[in-house]
Design a protein around this ligand. Structure first.
Ligand SMILES: [Ca+2]
Ligand SMILES: [Ca+2]
Length: 475
């Protein structure tokens, strides 16, 4: 158990830690910060078409940039899996799908790893108050994926309130969640407004123990609703680049995996046929939802800045995976391509990170669990699949020596190195993309013998063992 330290002494210890923090590598005992507060922010389905990650992107994210200016932005960060449940379960347990068997959005993650401590449980054990709100674990099945053990206090997401009729005038296609437009009329009624209100109260309150606060922002996840002012801010956003015959060079493994994942794109083509401009309106609604989510991050930072503890607080912000908006003829996640996998990931660790730094090493979000343990002086966990990035937080150019690894459903993986994306599907077929000249992943060069050594060097990072898929949770 970590010793509980009064607030003023904790601040002093942190200041001393800042003085002694230098060089690279693991934190020495003298450098260990003393139970700093942690603000843990996860955003749902936020992709990389944002100014934080791409200065040419049309969607502006000034508050994410404001956060990144305080610490380190990882420019090549990737989800562990491109679906809510396996991604979040992996971050929170520190175990990849190939270890836990949690591959799907309905996989019963707690049944898969009943004795495994989540990152929140580790902080509770260390004497922290661990509070949270919003979407932390997957939200389907009325909160069935939530984990009571992980929190001292938790405010669940309120129920989605829908407009009386679908806003996109396409009632024939998709559910009420496949909808986009201006909603709700009153911003105070939006789910994330309520989540962030709770989190701001927590940040402003006095806590006897150190605080780990988890804030789960639900937008830009479907339904793609945002209040009117956010739509006004994105009226000039166009549809993203797309290559009509992009699928011609996809192998059988990709076609098999994507077979049942094309409903949104195919439905969009029909809606577009009946109501030209619908795809454009959808993309703008996604952009409006991103702007709304970015504003919620700003509200959190405003409160943090108004409290004496704020400047010493460790902040981690990530998105559970990316999202295709029509690129590669796909609207959704559930794929092993860059758009579904590339995510914003920011770490602010006072005394460890330097303001406004960027790290270009490829990392996946399995790093979060071991990194938070190390930053806060908790015992490391030998069973973690990920590796702490503290050495990179201190020096973004430090040796890293490993690529990012992504898994989507059993047997399908992507390996992302600095230059390449290599994908190997369950049937053994492969894709290879050269990001040095093909950022949209339009040309699959896996069959070009010139790159056979590149394929070998990426293949060696695939998981050796793949756990059987855990049973689905049904309620
Ligand atoms: Ca998600
Ligand atoms: Ca192609």
């Amino acid at each position: 158990m970590a010793t509980q330290i009064p607030q003023q002494n904790r601040t002093l210890f942190l200041a001393l830690g800042l003085l002694f923090c230098a060089g690279t590598g693991r934190l020495s005992a003298a450098e260990q910060p003393s139970s700093p507060d942690v603000l843990f922010v996860v955003i749902d389905d936020l992709n990389d078409w944002i100014s934080l990650l791409d200065e040419t992107a049309p969607i502006q994210t000034p508050n994410l940039e404001r956060l990144a200016a305080r610490g380190m932005l990882f420019s090549k960060a990737y989800c562990v899996s491109a679906a809510c449940n396996p991604s979040r379960a992996a971050v929170m347990t520190g175990l990849r799908p190939s270890t836990s068997g949690v591959y799907g959005n309905r996989s019963d993650w707690r049944a898969a790893v009943p004795d495994r401590k989540t990152i929140m449980e580790r902080f509770r054990d260390a004497g922290y108050t661990v509070n949270g709100a919003g979407k932390i674990f997957h939200h389907h099945l009325n909160g069935a994926f939530h984990d009571d053990r992980s929190f001292s206090q938790f405010q669940h997401m309120p129920q989605q309130i829908y407009p009386p009729q679908k806003l996109n005038n396409a009632p024939k296609y998709g559910s009420r969640n496949t909808d986009w437009g201006v909603w709700p009329p009153n911003e105070d009624d939006a789910i994330d407004t309520q989540t962030v209100r709770f989190c701001r109260e927590q940040l402003a309150a006095q806590h006897e123990k150190p605080l780990f606060l988890a804030c789960g922002i639900f937008k830009p996840h479907s339904p793609f609703f945002a209040p009117a002012r956010y739509h006004k801010a994105v009226e000039s956003v166009l549809t993203p680049p797309r290559k009509e015959d992009d699928w011609q060079d996809l192998p059988s493994g990709a076609l098999n995996l994507m077979k049942n994942k094309q409903w949104f794109w195919k439905g969009m083509l029909r809606v577009e046929d009946e109501q030209p401009g619908s795809w454009q309106q959808f993309v703008r609604s996604y952009a409006a939802c991103v702007t709304f989510a970015d504003t919620q991050v700003g509200r959190l930072l405003d409160t943090l800045d108004s409290t004496p503890r704020g400047r010493d607080t460790i902040i981690v912000l990530w998105s559970d995976h990316g999202f295709h908006l029509g690129e590669k003829n796909h609207i959704e996640k559930f794929a092993l391509w860059e758009k579904s996998n590339h995510v914003p990931f920011i770490v602010v660790a006072p005394g460890v990170t330097r303001p406004g730094t960027q790290c270009e090493r490829p990392v996946d979000l399995s790093v979060i669990y071991p990194t938070l343990l190390e930053l806060c002086g908790l015992e490391p966990d030998e069973n973690c699949d990920g590796h702490s990035v503290v050495s990179l937080l201190k020096n973004p150019a430090a040796e890293w020596g490993r690529p990012a690894l992504m898994t989507y459903q059993r047997g399908n993986h992507a390996v992302r190195s600095n230059r390449w994306r290599y994908i190997r599907y369950a049937d053994g077929t492969e894709e290879l993309y050269d990001h040095s000249n093909d950022p949209h992943e339009w040309k699959n060069v896996a069959n070009d013998p010139k790159w056979s050594q590149i394929i070998l060097s990426h293949r060696k990072w695939l998981p050796v063992k793949e756990a059987a898929q855990v049973k689905d949770l049904r309620r």
